[in-house]
Design a protein around this ligand. Structure first.
Ligand code: ADP
Ligand SMILES: Nc1ccn([C@@H]2O[C@H](COP(=O)(O)O)[C@@H](O)[C@H]2O)c(=O)n1
Length: 202
């Protein structure tokens, strides 16, 4: 089994890069685990309270459950991956049965910040895009898809997203084996990672 961790600040393009990598790879041979699925269960709070959470701090993630799930998959057993709702700012009651595969990709902003999770990765990748580019992408996505308005995103950018990025995410770049520049679509880097995976699958 090959486990690849893909980190990088919000909006750097992690999900896009992962989708480009797995596009055309055989279905079932590669699985993707998103850190977003492992946000803490906040069912004890109202939606209004949940929306005030600092979702960029490592403590907002249930790393214990993520570590447990990765361990189970590594042993060749299946897990029920939680399903997260950005609109509800909470885990849903749904789960997705996720079966072990030859290649596992784990992606998320803080995925290299936790030493126990980081140590499970055979390859560590950090996707880089400049902060202005990430903020522009983030604003578009938050407003179109995640239920935040312009002011809310700008406020949380100043209050949480930027400081947490500087404190917890950017420093994890030093752990990366590969840094993918992604201010523009980077097909060469995607092809290189896909080649490594294809080698493992043959
Ligand atoms: N290289 C790129 N150039 C322009 N837009 C991009 C690029 N990569 C991703 N995007 C766009 O930016 C937004 C955030 O990308 P996404 O892959 O969801 O980032 P992340 O998972 O790191 O938060 C999406 O709307 C996506 O289409
Ligand atoms: N309810 C939530 C929970 C998290 N976020 C933001 O998501 C970002 C991480 O996801 P990426 O796809 O961008 O890697 C993180 O910066 C959180 O602020 C949210 O908007 N709403």
């Amino acid at each position: 089994m090959l486990i690849i961790g893909i980190a990088g600040g919000t909006g750097c393009g992690k999900t896009t890069v992962v989708n480009q990598i797995i596009d055309e790879l055989p279905i079932g041979e590669v699985i993707v685990i998103s850190q977003d699925s492992y946000y803490n269960d906040l069912s004890h709070l109202s939606l209004e309270e949940r929306r005030k959470t600092n979702f960029d701090h490592p403590q907002s993630i249930d790393f214990k459950l993520l570590e447990e799930h990765l361990g189970i998959l590594r042993k060749g057993q299946s897990i029920e991956q939680p399903v997260y709702s950005f609109l509800e700012c909470n885990r849903t009651e749904k789960t997705i049965p996720t079966h072990p595969a030859k290649v596992m990709i784990v992606e998320g902003i803080l995925i290299l910040a936790n030493a126990r999770i980081r140590d499970m990765f055979d390859i560590k990748i950090f996707v880089h895009a400049d902060s202005d580019e990430r903020l522009i992408r983030r604003l578009r996505r938050d407003i179109n898809e995640r239920g935040w308005d312009l002011n809310e995103t700008l406020e949380s950018y100043q209050k949480n997203i930027k400081p947490m990025h500087e404190q917890f995410i950017e420093p994890t770049k030093e752990y990366a084996d590969v840094i993918i520049p992604n201010n523009k679509y980077n097909t060469v880097a995607v092809d290189i990672v896909r080649t490594i995976i294809t080698d493992k699958l043959t």
